[in-house]
Design a binder for this molecule. Structure first.
Ligand SMILES: NC(=O)c1ccc[n+]([C@@H]2O[C@H](COP(=O)([O-])OP(=O)(O)OC[C@H]3O[C@@H](n4cnc5c(N)ncnc54)[C@H](OP(=O)(O)O)[C@@H]3O)[C@@H](O)[C@H]2O)c1
Length: 321
């Protein structure tokens, strides 16, 4: 049987290669969507404080556990520390709230969502706090160095509250710095990856450091249509003629080709869908065998176009330059 997980350094935990993303699942749908996803066979769930649905996602998980569909130890739960909680006095409190919201005793992986320390916002005032403090029209940064934040992340591991810790949206420079002082190195880097933005050099280097990689937004622009600059349109990767021709050749859909493309690079995927047929097909990617011709075509799609970019969202922060 094809290998279906990546092994994490230090703990040896097996992180499923095929997971389920929770961004943009509306609160009203979240419990049932997650419950269905577990029924269909998903075992990894990727959440975040910023997605605003951790309580409901947690309910779906706990319902499935309670009904005996799955045991907690068979699941791999990932969530993320939001930008406004980087300071050493806020990491633990923010984490505790998230753990309570999910209704769990531990996470499998806790990630720093962005290397962007933003001014603290009291959860009583606004939760999730999003990007701007209330009534501000620009980002307000906070003097919270990542090394202090990381030390707090390490304490969460020592307290057995999360099994692994990692980062998202960090570049080589930020990871190199982190590796220079961390006692526990990041187990995973989660970044945007699809054929338009393969990030092959970063992925290769990160994997060489013993850090596993998870791709988000495997379908390219699909989730960003409503977030893009006004007047601008993105052409769909799911409807791309080249991707379609490969999908037809293998008798699968284009989404499956885009997900398989990541798996072939030892990169985990976390597609999100609220539709059962898509949930099923997004999981059914283990037996697709892309050949050299397919890979050549997919590699030729590279444009380095990025969609999850604070510059595009109008924040004036060239995070990835
Ligand atoms: N760390 C970060 O900064 C970061 C950033 C972005 C995302 N993420 C994580 O990565 C996950 C996935 O990324 P994403 O949400 O950007 O996008 P995605 O999974 O690439 O795309 C989701 C979109 O594609 C549609 N879709 C799903 N499967 C499909 C299929 N087989 N055919 C056609 N359309 C399909 C979904 O619509 P329906 O629901 O209507 O099917 C939804 O609109 C997120 O949920 C989140 O957990 C992390």
């Amino acid at each position: 049987m094809a290998v279906d997980y990546l092994t994490l350094d230090r703990t040896g935990d097996k992180m499923p290669l095929r997971g389920f993303g929770c961004w943009k699942i509306e609160k009203k749908d979240a419990e049932n969507t997650i419950y269905q996803a577990i029924k269909i066979g998903y075992r990894l769930f990727d959440g975040a404080c910023d997605y605003g649905n951790e309580v409901e996602v947690g309910r779906g998980i706990n319902k499935a556990i309670k009904e005996g569909l799955v045991k907690r130890e068979e699941l791999f739960i990932v969530t993320k520390l939001w930008n406004t909680f980087h300071s050493k006095q806020h990491v633990r409190t923010a984490f505790d709230r998230q753990l309570k919201d999910w209704g769990l005793e531990y996470f499998d992986l806790y990630l720093i969502h962005f290397p962007i320390p933003l001014q603290y916002v009291d959860p009583a005032v606004s939760y999730p706090p999003e990007w701007y403090v209330p009534h501000a029209d620009k980002l307000n940064f906070e003097r919270s160095p990542i090394h202090e934040c990381w030390a707090e992340m390490e304490k969460l591991v020592q307290a057995k509250l999360t099994r692994n810790i990692g980062v998202a949206n960090f570049n080589c420079q930020a990871i190199l710095d982190l590796l220079s002082y961390s006692k526990i190195k990041p187990a995973v880097l989660q970044i945007e990856i699809h054929p338009l933005l393969p990030q092959e050099r970063l992925v290769k280097w990160v994997q060489e450091q013993g850090i596993q990689v998870t791709a988000y937004s495997s379908f390219g622009p699909t989730s960003y249509v409503d977030l893009c600059e006004s007047g601008k349109t993105y052409s769909s990767l799911l409807a791309n003629a080249d991707v379609k021709s490969i999908a037809n050749k293998h008798n699968v859909n284009t989404g499956q080709i885009l997900l398989r493309y990541a798996l072939d690079r030892n990169i985990a995927v976390i597609p999100k869908s609220v539709h059962e047929d898509r949930m099923k097909s997004n999981l059914d990617i283990l037996n697709i065998q892309l050949d050299q011709d397919d890979r050549k075509i997919l590699n030729s799609l590279k444009t380095n176009q990025r969609f999850n970019d604070p510059m595009i969202f109008g924040f004036g922060l060239p995070l990835f330059d």
